[in-house]
Design a protein. Sequence first.
Lengths: 190, 151
Amino acid sequence: MLLALTLATTALATGCKPVAFHGTAYEPPEMAPSVVLNNAAGGKFDLADQHGSVVLIFFGYTHCPDVCPTTLSDWKRVKAELGHNASRVKFVFVSVDPARDDPATLHAYVSRFDPDFIGATSDSTTLANIEKSFHVESAREETGSASGYVVTHPSQTFVVDKDGNLRLLYSFGMKTSDVVSDIRNLLHGA
Amino acid sequence: MIRSRYSGATACIAVMLFGVMACHRESRPVATSFELHDAWVRSDPDSGSTTAAYIRFVNGTPDTVVVSKFSSDDASVVELHQTSIDANGETHMDKRDTLVIAPSHIVVMQPGGYHLMMIGTTHSLQPGAMVRIAMHLSNGAIVSTSARVKP
């Protein structure tokens, strides 16, 4: 009797212990903004349809040679480390350079890293509204580079939990093992 | 010393730039060097596109080294760029004209910081391949290194 009570108390205490995330946590969690975009396959990507999956979102562009491919390479490692749990995680690369990133270009780009990664974009107005709802922005800038204009864009990865709430934010260069740990916790209901 | 988030030596070329220092009757020759380490290029399957290269510069000499131009047979143009991330997490990228490495200092190119833009790649860059990158110094010397292509 005493043993059962002790075990129950211990389990309760453990269950109530808040999860310590590695990423920056939204406290309290916020309902994720509406995100409806054109995906690379010619259909729509609607964040509201992703309930049951953890969704990682990054705003970038395919002509970005540094931060964007580094983030996608990190995502690739995250997906591999997640193993079978990766089937319940969506990786969404949102292009904020619709002038150069048509769906086919976007699809080819994200597929270089992983064929399951989702490339999506929209018109400038829609993108600006979505970015505003995430409290970020992007802007085209001329640098005099032979590669053409560059785009200033957010460097973070946003994480939406399986109930559609914004839960975490990762700075650029976050350790992939930490991201994997957090996603596993979210998948298990943290 | 700035630490790179990516480790692993892929290439290392010690370039004797300044030769043998003047020596007195009992002193031994002292060689000082400017070294290039860990050069790598991000793979890109498409010819004609743009990718980034990263190198670690070690200036073991008593003089400032200025790299005024970069080039490669594997890209039409090679430019020095610097990524910076502001307090809001916004990433900016600026073109730089020169890379200055102070005496006894190390400059590490890494994602999110300095990088070389390999613009107009002349062929597909597949993982495992090697790419030659040349550094044109302000004193007229040209040094080069081999950069491994990585995913």
